[in-house]
Design a protein around this ligand. Sequence first.
Ligand SMILES: Nc1ncnc2c1ncn2[C@@H]1O[C@H](COP(=O)(O)OP(=O)(O)O)[C@@H](O)[C@H]1O
Ligand SMILES: [Mg+2]
Length: 252
Amino acid sequence: MLLKKVIETKNLTRIFKNGEIEVQALTNIDLIIYEGEFVAIMGASGSGKSTFLNILGCLDKPSSGDYFLDGVHVNKLSKNQLADIRNQKIGFIFQSYNLLSRTSALENVALPLVYNRTDRFNNPKELAQKALELVGLKDRIHHKTNELSGGQQQRVAIARALVNDPALILSDEATGNLDSKTSIDVADLFVQLNNKGKTIVMITHEPEIAQFAKRMIYLRDGAILTDEIIQNRNTKEKALKDLELTVQPFNK
Ligand SMILES: Nc1ncnc2c1ncn2[C@@H]1O[C@H](COP(=O)(O)OP(=O)(O)O)[C@@H](O)[C@H]1O
Ligand SMILES: [Mg+2]
């Protein structure tokens, strides 16, 4: 079977210029990610993780080099075309959930479909409900998001990222604001989505969360230091057990 390339970057470089000061955030990144992969990106603060993910998510453009998303040469697209490709092919999840607070979970999730300029989706509410069921929020769909816990809000954000059935899910520190137990739940949700065929690229600085992925890329100073298959993947059961072992002594 021929594997489909969801992401391909060639010599990807991003330089930020602020007056006299230049920051080389990414240097010559060559990377291929195939359909169905689940990739964790790690690296110290400032190593270029968010810059890279923003380019992959068509929120930013490289200074030089090429990016192909699902076979489309992104460099050549106009601003409007970029917005369209983002709407159609990408689900983005951030550390801050970026939800409308006094609006129901259902409406938050349905919103991207309203902005979608294709007529693929004529039943936004129905699709939003399905996405919320998928992330385990079936009984919370009419709650306003400010009435939900942090973990539930992140689930709403994940449902929103999923609702248009994107080819690619990108997550920048999705568990950064969550407690350990809730972080494990979210990582496990990513595993379930990946098992259903979703391609996922997830930035995290937590090794035990990265370990849920199938492949780990480590960035240093804007370049790929290592790129490896994860041998002993973490599972929810194991992660919860490890958590118990680290927490328990303090409870005694
Ligand atoms: N908009 C920007 N303008 C100038 N420098 C930036 C900008 N965004 C990021 N950088 C710089 O690029 C480097 C990589 O940043 P970033 O991708 O945010 O790293 P990470 O997500 O790994 O912490 C850092 O040195 C950062 O200061
Ligand atoms: Mg970052």
